[in-house]
Design a protein around this ligand. Structure first.
Ligand code: CDP
Length: 203
């Protein structure tokens, strides 16, 4: 059975937590598509050419340590502006979305470009300040040497690049359900998303 849950939104809005919880609750496979761009970004930091790196990507590249850090995130949002990099990653994502048993994919262009026919489309967002605070806590708890203001500047720069790029810019799909998590505990956001998924499962 093909059942795709597509989740888009800006950095640190809660997409990852919601996606993992939805996947576990409904028994779906999960792909964090940001990791694909982070893995390409990491290879470019090591000297690779971006398009060649995207074409040569293998699943093991997604398990490299440090991929969740801010250096890989900044490199990811730079390679993500390149049309041929995005094109090289499309088939892998669409194959994953068609996994028999159902799949959750989260990213920036899942509802708009990768899976426009998904059974469920969500846009998860929050104010930049709330997102920066969450990312600051996440990174500092993981031992990274970061400041609140530095993380906020990174989030704002990445938002501007992701929303302003010509190729697959970050935007809420017209038919996506918007979940603004600015004033929500994460459990509440998960329940909101789960209600939408449960309703679509009944159709
Ligand atoms: O975890 P966080 O939301 O901070 O970022 P991510 O989802 O890991 O994505 C890192 C970067 O990859 C984003 O800032 C985007 O530039 C890019 N990306 C994209 O262009 N398209 C996607 N489907 C996923 C990520």
């Amino acid at each position: 059975m093909i059942f795709t849950v597509a989740i888009d939104g800006p950095a640190a809005a809660g997409k990852g937590t919601i996606s993992r919880a939805i996947a576990a609750r409904f028994g779906l496979r999960h792909l964090d598509t940001g990791l694909l761009y982070r893995a390409v970004g990491r290879k470019v930091l090591e000297g690779a050419e971006p398009v060649a790196a995207a074409r040569a990507l293998v699943p093991e590249d997604l398990n490299v340590p440090g991929l969740r850090g801010s250096e890989a995130a900044a490199a990811a949002s730079q390679v993500a502006t390149i049309a041929d990099v995005r094109a090289a990653l499309v088939d892998f994502q669409r194959d994953f979305a068609r996994f028999d048993g159902g799949a959750v994919l989260d990213g920036r262009d899942i509802c708009t470009v990768i899976c426009p026919d998904a059974a469920v489309k969500l846009y998860v967002t929050a104010s930049p300040e709330v997102r920066a605070e969450r990312r600051f806590l996440e990174l500092s708890q993981a031992g990274a040497d970061v400041t609140r203001d530095g993380v906020l500047q990174d989030v704002l720069a990445r938002d501007a690049r992701d929303m302003g790029r010509a190729e697959a810019p970050l935007v809420a799909a017209a038919d996506a359900v918007v979940i603004d998590t600015s004033d929500m505990a994460i459990d509440e956001a998960v329940e909101r998303a789960a209600d939408v998924v449960a309703a679509a499962r009944k159709d």
